[in-house]
Design a protein around this ligand. Sequence first.
Ligand code: AMP
Length: 323
Amino acid sequence: MRPTGRLHLGHLVGALGNWVPLQDTYDCFYFVADWHALTSEYADTSRIARNVYDVVADWIGAGLDPEKGTFFVQSLVPEHAELYLLLSMVIAVPWLERVPTYKEQRETLKDKDLSTIGFLGYPLLQTADVAMYDAQFVPVGEDQVAHLELAREVVRRFNKFFGDVLVEPQPLLTTFGRLPGLDGDKKMSKSLGNTIHLSDTEDEVRKKVRQMYTDPKRIRADIPGTVEGNPVFVYHDAFNSNTVEVEDLKARYRAGKVGDVEVKTKLAIALNAYLEPIRQRRSAVLARPGHLREILFEGSKRARAVAAGTMDRVREAMKITYK
Ligand code: AMP
């Protein structure tokens, strides 16, 4: 995950929430991709390092356990840059230009000049990130499937030249699609300013929910409303564990027998109940000075030991070892 700021509910349902159960079944590596953040944030790097700590506090808040998996920072394992460089020798530029997000992101983030080598090479660096740990699986959403497909092609091409050195990763697809934003946009996203953070206070959650976009046709409570695709109900489905309450609200909404205020008040209560244990674990870890730093340095050391082994194998296979 990139350290672009505090994490929001979209990250939770689309990524983080799916990582939590994996830690009990797999040998997991979770890393904060500070170099990947640079691909789009290079003009202002002032917040990246601080964001790293926010992201990891959010991970622990969401239930990831640094005792079960390995947490590390990408730039603390510089072997990733070496593997990226070596992979770049056998990969043609059009392979990267063809990745759908390359064109899409350049068009979406018009205020940034993304015609850099770093941005073009982003999926290749991701390949190095994954191949470094002989990853069998990568838990991804639909938006990352093309990147993983590229990673598999890169590994195959590298292995064609140098033997069976790197492992082809498989996607472990997350089931949840995209969480819409508070404003009804199809995606909750930091750049759109339509988020609820995992670290928002109860009051912030209440305020944000009160201003949420709902069915614009419903100018009065007695007008029947649409539930499908309505972000207020998407959130109820995702975060309100009281399904009886949710079904009752939906039925009354469709019949024009409930006001938005009631639907939103109940949503804010459900969200706050959902977020409370996350907030508590988050503040507990932040209350221990130096603890996050220790987790990241310790984890990065462990990751680096694995990376050193992979790079020995890679250099050996490429015959660039010196004795
Ligand atoms: P980003 O910080 O935008 O790079 O997001 C990291 C990952 O979080 C993405 O690859 C998605 O899988 C997930 N994610 C971010 N926003 C959302 C959202 N609104 N709905 C679902 N998943 C999301």
